[in-house]
Write a protein that binds this ligand. Structure first.
Ligand code: PLP
Length: 468
């Protein structure tokens, strides 16, 4: 028996005895218990080592065994595990804020640290509202975001986002008066065949402008979007010029641009902020980040504020009314500082861009090449950096596959796990109701090697072909 399997046996915690994660999954499936991790591999209760190609949920961006990060957490634990940020600041939090505001684009002035992505987006909503209260425009109360978006799992972020399946049980308690939606920026599915990319962007720009006008432009707080679509559209970058066009509408009506980079920020796209990957200099007024910030070594998220927002609040009440018990948690901030140091010292943004390009090349060859079994069904391979989405399409009767009523993406995910690979299968994205379409999401650690990329692709393609 391996040591990981021994540890599972000794603790008595096995797949059969789960009392926490069991309710999070569709029965009869229950997840295996993870007992260890090394690099980008996770060890399971039965001793198997599985390659984590999705970093949990696009979180574990430097793998599981960074000695530098572990040491930083231990040192901070010995020095000071906790202070309450309404009473005291702490060194790692200040250091982390400096790192996040230091980018060459100089977009942000202050940062607030919370405990995860949903909390960061909840914070972004509240900060934006308070900004307009403070600058004497309290009538602004509407948020506009997009269909097929995901911004978190709290009541407000579910209302802000538009993911029908996730909202369904809670529709009755969601705020339908203040949260509104426009079309997603998803060219592959929704750009019309008779329009160019530029015309598509102009159409989306007009739709946003029309929504402002319908709501009353001076009642809108801002437009909020994932910089690159993640959980709903599967690694979907916006068309060229999209954010410039959307910002023009926000500026015209005196509203804010709020970007959700919970999944795509902090290096995932090969740049510190995902908006930098578009190269058009369009920066948001408020931004949320999480996941890659601490690479999963501790729970943390952040709300990044531009000078405009900070000045607005400083000019009046002087403080953001948003205190949380675990805000700026010293251990989480120490972990995140150390993660950012690893990304910097090991030049991982460059590796992220290089290995991301290699991953996309191999996937295109193996899934779309002349002899590829999956070629007739592979609808799109998209993304950037180390965020990659693969979308399948089984619509054509000429290309029939009998899936026996099962969702292809979820079947591939299950088969991949049997083959020692963790990926994320998702249903949705192909229509605005979010209940049609099969895609797979890959978001491995930024320090993945070329050999590991090749192994990932081998297992993935094998798993796809097993299900076809
Ligand atoms: N926003 C986006 C774009 C996300 O992808 C997620 C999580 O996947 C969230 C917000 C919510 O973050 P968390 O799960 O950390 O609360």
């Amino acid at each position: 028996m391996t040591s990981a399997a021994t540890s599972a046996a000794a603790s008595g915690i096995t797949r059969k005895s789960l009392q926490t994660t069991a309710l999070l999954h569709r029965t009869p499936w229950v997840p295996p218990v993870a007992t260890g991790g090394e690099g980008i591999y996770i060890t399971l209760e039965d001793g198997r080592k599985v390659l984590d190609a999705v970093g949990g949920a696009a979180v574990a961006c430097i793998g599981a065994s960074s000695a530098h990060v572990k040491q930083a957490i231990k040192e901070q634990l010995d020095r000071l595990p906790y202070v309450y940020s309404m009473q005291l600041s702490n060194e790692p939090a200040e250091k982390l804020a400096k790192i996040l505001t230091a980018g060459e684009n100089n977009a942000f002035e202050l940062v607030a640290f919370v405990s995860g992505g949903s909390e960061a987006m909840e914070g972004a909503i509240k900060l934006a509202k308070q900004y307009y209260e403070e600058i004497g425009q309290p009538q602004r109360k509407h948020f506009i975001s997009r269909q097929l978006s995901y911004h978190g799992n709290t009541v407000s972020t579910l209302a802000l986002a538009y993911h029908p399946a996730r909202r369904a049980p809670y529709e009755a308690i969601l705020d339908h008066d203040n949260f509104h939606h426009v079309s997603p920026a998803f060219a592959k599915r929704f750009q019309r065949s008779d329009e160019t990319e530029e015309q598509y962007v102009l159409r989306l720009q007009k739709e946003l402008d029309d929504k402002f006008l319908a709501l009353g432009p001076d009642t809108v707080i801002g437009f909020c979007a994932e910089t690159v679509g993640g959980a709903t559209t599967g690694a979907c970058p916006a068309p060229k010029g999209y954010f410039k066009a959307m910002k023009e509408v926000c500026d015209k009506h005196g509203a804010l641009l709020i970007l959700d980079e919970v999944m795509t920020g902090i290096g995932r796209m090969g740049t510190l902020h995902a908006w930098e990957s578009y190269g058009d200099g369009i920066a948001p007024d408020i931004q949320a980040v999480a996941k890659g910030l601490s690479a999963g070594y501790a729970p943390i998220g952040a709300v990044l504020m531009s000078k405009k927002i900070v000045d607005g609040i400083r000019g009046k009440s002087g403080f953001w009314k948003h205190g949380h018990t675990y805000q700026s948690h010293p251990l989480a901030c120490a972990a995140a500082v150390a993660v950012q140091e690893v990304i910097e010292s090991e030049n991982l943004l460059e590796n992220c861009r290089d290995q991301g390009a290699y991953l996309a090349k191999l996937l295109n060859e193996r899934l779309r090449g002349p002899n590829a079994l999956a070629a007739p069904y592979t609808f799109d391979i998209r993304g950037g950096g180390l965020l990659c989405g693969i979308e399948f399409d089984f619509d054509s009767p000429a290309r029939k596959v009998d899936l026996k009523g099962k969702a292809f993406a979820m079947e591939v995910q299950a088969r991949a796990l049997e083959n020692n690979l963790i990926i994320m299968g998702m249903v949705g994205g192909a229509n605005l109701e979010g209940n049609k379409g099969d895609h797979l999401l890959l978001s491995p650690a930024y320090n993945i090697t070329k050999e590991e990329v090749e192994k990932l692709v081998d297992i993935l393609v094998g798993s796809i072909e097993q299900v076809l």
